[in-house]
Design a binder for this molecule. Structure first.
Ligand SMILES: Cc1ncc(C[n+]2csc(CCOP(=O)(O)OP(=O)(O)O)c2C)c(N)n1
Length: 631
């Protein structure tokens, strides 16, 4: 049981191990990952795939002096286990525990934080240039998955590497999977390299050679042989055109080969790319059988990989099933995902309308502009992109979709807290970033049925629209047989009242209802409003209640800065109405990972927090009520 792993206090301890010991350590790490993540959930498959790569990197390089930059950094768990965090590993993704991604504030070994894809090459190049400018000699190693190369930023970085630095090591961790199977021409190209017989057989001989004689000479020999083969096969190797010397493809699970290769690459005075072939989920059969499921998941049975059977439909599933219905009736409806068919549930759509389903890879900017192009030709694209990843596409939303007033629908999954993933994944900014853009309408459903209605409403709307909905399940509202259109900008009054008007946006509508009940206990009459639209705001309903109520309260699962409450304040100013407004939402700061309810309690996104903020107004509200009753 974790004999060696327990002795690794820092990467320096890895360097003391023999190759057979490293092999044992790799096995222990796998066991640890499988057992520990079965309780906390997390990115199991990607981490099982990089055990040997990470070990070899730490064997050859010396962090924190040398810098590792991991793309997305969801595959950094092994790195965490090897850099003094083994004793806290069981806390990963738990509130107050280790983050599921690299975090500069968590360890000096985490040179660069991430959570969104495609950033590793740019950040690593920045570090390499910084080193060159300041006369340092440390090594910069970027580790990026094959899917990271479907992302534009990776190519923007590649385009800049040549001439910018002489020393940069890029490791392409190729397992042929994104979360789903990797898509597009880059994936096909990489696949072609990997499956080429000539290179594959060379590669076996490389392994044998290094095993037999070891040392740099062997690696050089392999390199020469591979060069010759490549010359024959690909006269202008893709990466070499970008100024990186290409090495590989190489078995990413062969520790001695990896160590020899990294020792060799370390001495190169040219930017290099090492193409390592790995197996996502290696060492755990259920993860090999179901690569997509085990990319990232909640708790599971560590023997069988079984998870709890899915219960109620999630918002994502309601979205996808409704879109199938809309597409059944309207042949112009198109579904677009940026590498998230599983997360957005669009893989439910794909079998129904395969020709109208597009996975464009991790390419949110492209997804939006691609949708704009489709819309110019009379199609109705629904872009299903998590709120946090849509941040990438801000300019295309402004410049391509809204400026041209095109009927693209942004279906923003994970609009609100992501929970265990933390700050990189919380979708707390979309109202603020979309609200100032002309032409777009923005809806927020309070339950699943309303989401279906909003999707239908968006499908009829001639301009751009956005719908934000949270992760996971909603209140479980039964769906009508047919969705109905909601009049644009119409709020829904849930309960009438006199003294306070409470607006509960989306998933926080129940908080508004509960606050009204608590106020009723105090003898105060409160109206509850489901705003449904952030833009356009229902100013008629707002005016009616602002003229009547002594205080307005807003609840939103979004930052307060620029959010729904801000929109309401701006509207009151335009209406020239002065009413005190109590806003409940997320403060101006990045929110860490944790369970949603617990974080809400900590940050005051609760009914109690609202009552607290209302307390100064309560005596006046009660007096008001007494007068009203007396009249
Ligand atoms: C901008 C952005 N879009 C989408 C995602 C969601 N996402 C997380 S990991 C991942 C796939 C990564 O695949 P790859 O880079 O090949 O690494 P692997 O998991 O296969 O090791 C995706 C799409 C993200 N993190 N960032």
């Amino acid at each position: 049981m974790s004999h060696l792993l327990g002795t690794i206090q820092s990467p320096a301890d890895i360097k003391k191990l023999s190759i057979p010991e490293l092999e044992v350590l790799a096995q222990e790490i796998r066991e640890r990952l499988i057992l520990s993540l079965s309780k906390t959930g997390g990115h199991l498959g990607p981490n099982l795939g990089v055990v040997e790569l990470t070990l070899a990197m730490h064997y050859v390089f010396s962090t924190p002096k040398d810098k590792f930059v991991f793309d997305v950094s969801h595959q950094a768990y092994v790195h965490k286990l090897l850099t003094g965090r083994e004793d806290r590993f069981s806390t990963i993704r738990q509130e107050g525990g280790l983050n599921g991604f690299m975090l500069r504030t968590e360890s000096e070994h985490d040179a660069y934080g991430a959570g969104h894809a495609g950033t590793a090459l740019s950040a690593a190049l920045g570090m390499a240039v910084a080193r060159d400018l300041s006369g340092g000699n440390e090594h910069i190693v970027a580790l990026a998955g094959d899917a990271a190369f479907t992302n534009g930023i990776s190519f923007e970085a590649l385009n800049n590497i040549d001439g910018a630095t002489k020393r940069l090591i890029v490791v392409l961790n190729d397992n042929e999977w994104s979360i789903d199977r990797n898509v597009g021409s880059i994936a096909k190209y990489l696949h072609k390299i990997v499956t080429n017989h000539r290179v594959a057989s060379l590669h076996d001989s490389a392994t044998r050679l290094v095993g037999k004689i070891g040392g740099q000479a062997a690696v050089k020999a392999v390199r020469r042989a591979e060069e010759a083969a490549k010359g024959m096969l690909w006269p202008s190797m893709f990466f070499e055109e970008f100024g990186l010397v290409y090495y590989g493809p190489l078995d990413g699970h062969n520790i001695p080969l990896l160590i020899e290769t990294f020792e060799f690459l370390k001495q190169q005075e040219r930017p290099v790319i090492l193409h390592a072939i790995t197996q996502k989920g290696r060492g755990f059969q259920p993860a090999l059988d179901k690569q997509k499921k085990f990319h990232g998941l909640g708790p599971y049975n560590p023997e069988t990989g079984d998870t709890h059977p899915a219960g109620q439909q999630t918002y994502s599933e309601v979205f996808a099933n409704t879109l199938v219905k809309l597409a059944d009736r309207d042949e112009k409806v198109i579904a677009i995902t940026a590498a998230m068919p599983n997360g957005t549930a669009l893989d439910l759509f794909r079998p129904h309308h395969p020709t109208r389903y597009f996975d464009v890879g991790i390419a949110e900017e492209h997804a939006v502009i691609f949708a704009a192009g489709l819309a110019t030709q009379g199609f109705k694209p629904f872009c299903a992109i998590y709120s946090t990843f849509l941040q990438r596409a801000f300019d295309p939303i402004v410049h391509d979709v809204c400026l041209q007033n095109l009927p693209v629908v942004f279906c923003m999954d994970r609009g609100s807290l992501s929970g265990d993933d933390g700050a990189t994944h919380h979708g707390l900014f979309d109202i603020s970033y979309l609200r100032p853009i002309p032409n777009i309408i923005h809806m927020v459903p309070s339950n699943e049925d309303e989401l279906a209605d909003m999707l239908y409403t968006a499908s009829l709307h001639p301009g751009p629209s956005a719908i934000r909905y949270p992760r996971g399940v909603g209140p479980g509202a039964p769906l009508k047989a047919e969705p109905q259109a909601i009049p644009i900008g119409a709020a829904q009054v849930i309960q009438d009242g006199e003294d306070v008007a409470i607006f509960g946006l989306g998933a926080l509508l129940p908080m508004a209802v509960s606050l009204a009940a608590r106020l009723a206990d105090e003898g105060i009459s409160a109206a509850v409003i489901n705003p449904r639209f952030v833009k356009p705001l229902d100013t008629r309903v707002l005016q009616r209640y602002a003229e009547r109520a002594g205080v307005i309260v807003t609840f939103e699962d979004h930052v307060l800065a620029g959010g729904f409450g801000s929109a309401l304040l701006e509207a009151l100013e335009q209406l020239k109405l002065q009413v005190p407004v109590v806003r409940i939402g997320w403060p101006d700061g990045f929110v860490e990972h944790g369970k949603v309810d617990s974080l809400r309690a900590r940050y005051g996104v609760t009914v109690d927090a609202a009552l607290d903020k209302l307390s100064t107004y309560l005596p006046a509200l009660k007096r008001r009520r007494l007068h009203a009753v007396a009249r």
